[in-house]
Ligand binder design. Structure first.
Ligand code: QV4
Ligand code: CA
Length: 512
């Protein structure tokens, strides 16, 4: 009996680490700033057929509308209530998207902004995405409703009321992050409003949450919030399934607030991953691909079963958040594809692929003056649809990294090798590496300044395989390079350092 209760309790707490993905799908894509109508279409026409497990969506909650600068992307991180309209669409469109994505087995994860409301300087009026009235000066948000006493100010001891020192845990959690009005999440009333919002989304069919700004919330308060969340909608998920929780905590070391204060509650974003992968692939500080033999925990990262990993995110691809100049993005496409492929081939963590829009960068002294720019929009600030070109890329400045052949095929690779061990590591002591995943997949990367020319043990069954980077298997033919694996599992690889994509990947389903 005792054992049963213990297993039940463990089951309950561990459930939040499971992304609840279907059909052996393993990766999430962040469709940053996409409209709900476009996401619904993308689930049906592209994500499900190509094995994507889920989508992280931009915050659906009612937010402030900022006109100076003109409709920045970050206005959505300043909620003024929990009504479900945003520049991505209204509540009906949101519900339609969740339903249609679920119907093709693609999960929706909501970016939940629950640490704060809008900035203190947000003013008074109805300049909000559903048109609700609010008054930031009085901390009055009648549409929730929150008022003056639902905020933390009394507990903040800095002169400005803002976080001034990240070494002071109380400041980080009780003061305002860049002036954003800080919610008193220890109050039962506030927790009730926050969980009411999250539960409404769960009931609509979402599979989990990216929880924004967790460093700024007490783990005990978060535990109180998560404990009140409903199980997932049984129309699409097994009865008793708990929402997947991944918490945004930027821990690059050197601060008193660490990831492991949150890993008991759900997964945590591992920011060391993209920062370190960036320095390694850029060969900064003499770092080399060959060092990645013990990538993951061996690099001082959190345990794999607690980590949510990514090469870049919507903040650090434009200099917000942390990570610094090493972060690779679509702007450095060649190195970026190598980084994303490496991430998707490697067993560490739950993987999230970024899907961005292009903006006019204006970098002055290392700082992008246009880091605020919102998605491709019409003059009135409404977000443009994502047009799909005949060659399946996206138009109108939507980058759609998730549709790049090399990235999409590695998302499929990860599904094919799911559950297989990291195996058959090889390196040349420098920037040429290879590794496999049991007998189901193998990747070879050349980031040196000379040819890679080697016969390697792939661990794969004998046969002819199609490289899914230079092309892919289409019917019985291969549009890319072919790789012959002998009866001993060995194969010959030659990769030029000047190739468009200096890496090769084969897997069980790319066998001809
Ligand atoms: C400015 C000044 C303040 C000043 C205030 C006065 O910076 O010092 O007190 O004016 O009014 C925007 C502006 C910012 C402005 C603020 C309030 O950029 O300059 O303050 O609004 O008006 C996003 C953006 C922020 C943006 C915020 C709210 O990145 O620039 O602030 O949305 O619109 C830390 C955290 C981490 C966080 C990361 C960016 O630990 O949690 O910073 N990451 C998440 C999200 C991120 C989001 C937030 C948190 C806040 O991923 O996108 O910030 O919800 O590392
Ligand atoms: Ca806080």
């Amino acid at each position: 009996m005792k054992l049963l209760i213990l297993t039940a309790l463990l089951g309950m707490s561990f459930a939040q680490f499971n992304p609840n993905t279907k059909h052996g799908r393993t990766s999430i894509v962040h469709l940053f700033e996409w409209r709900w109508a476009d996401i619904a279409a993308e689930c049906e026409r592209y994500l499900a057929p190509n094995g994507f497990g889920g989508v992280q969506i931009s915050p659906p909650s009612e937010s402030i509308i900022v006109t100076n600068p003109s409709y920045p992307w970050w206005q959505r991180y300043q909620p003024i209530g929990y009504n479900l309209c945003s520049r991505s669409g209204n509540e009906n469109e949101l519900r339609d998207m969740i339903t249609r994505c679920n119907n093709v087995g693609v999960n929706i994860y909501v970016d939940a902004v629950i640490n704060h409301m809008c900035g203190a300087g947000g003013g008074e009026g109805t300049h909000s995405s559903c048109g609700s009235y609010f008054n930031a000066n009085k901390k009055d948000f009648p549409t929730v409703p929150y008022s003056n006493w639902d905020f933390n100010d009394g507990k903040c001891n800095t002169g400005s009321g803002n976080i001034e020192n990240y070494n002071d845990v109380n400041q980080v959690r009780n003061c305002r992050l860049v002036s954003l009005l800080d919610l008193a999440l220890e109050k039962d009333y506030v927790r009730g409003k926050v969980t009411g919002y999250m539960n409404k989304l769960i009931d609509m069919g979402v599979a989990g949450f990216r929880v924004d700004a967790c460093k700024h919330m007490w783990p005990g308060d978060l535990s109180g919030v998560y404990g009140r969340l409903h199980s997932l909608n049984t129309k699409w998920f097994p009865s008793g399934s708990k929402p997947f929780i991944f918490q945004e905590v930027i821990d690059l070391g050197g601060e008193p607030i660490t990831s492991n204060q949150y890993t008991g509650l759900g997964r945590v974003t591992e920011f060391k991953y993209g920062a370190k992968l960036g320095t390694t692939i850029r060969k900064w500080n003499n770092e080399k691909l060959s060092y990645l033999k013990n990538w993951g925990e061996g690099y001082g990262m959190m345990p794999s079963d607690k980590a949510l990993v990514f090469v870049d995110n919507h903040d650090n691809q434009r200099g917000h958040g942390a990570g610094g100049g090493s972060i690779l993005t679509f702007w450095d496409a060649r190195l970026y594809k190598m980084a994303v492929a490496l991430m998707l081939a490697h067993p560490y963590g739950v993987t999230r692929v970024m899907s961005s829009y292009r903006w006019s960068r204006n970098i002055v002294n290392g700082q992008d003056k246009n880091d605020w720019m919102g998605p491709p929009s019409n003059g009135n600030g409404s977000t443009k649809p994502v047009p799909i070109n005949p060659d399946s890329t996206c138009g109108d400045n939507w980058v759609c990294e998730h549709r790049w052949r090399q990235i999409r095929n590695m998302v499929i690779f990860r599904n094919v090798v799911n559950g297989q061990p990291f195996s058959n590591w090889w390196d040349n002591g420098n920037n040429q590496i290879a590794f496999g995943r049991g007998n189901r997949g193998f990747i070879v990367i050349n980031n040196d300044s000379g040819y890679l020319d080697a016969t390697l043990n792939t661990g794969m069954p004998q046969g002819t395989y199609c490289d899914v980077i230079s092309g892919q298997k289409e019917g019985s033919r291969c549009t890319g390079t072919q790789v012959q694996v002998g009866g001993d599992g060995r194969a010959y690889f030659k990769i030029s350092h000047t190739a468009d994509d200096p890496f090769i990947a084969i897997h069980a389903n790319s066998k001809l």
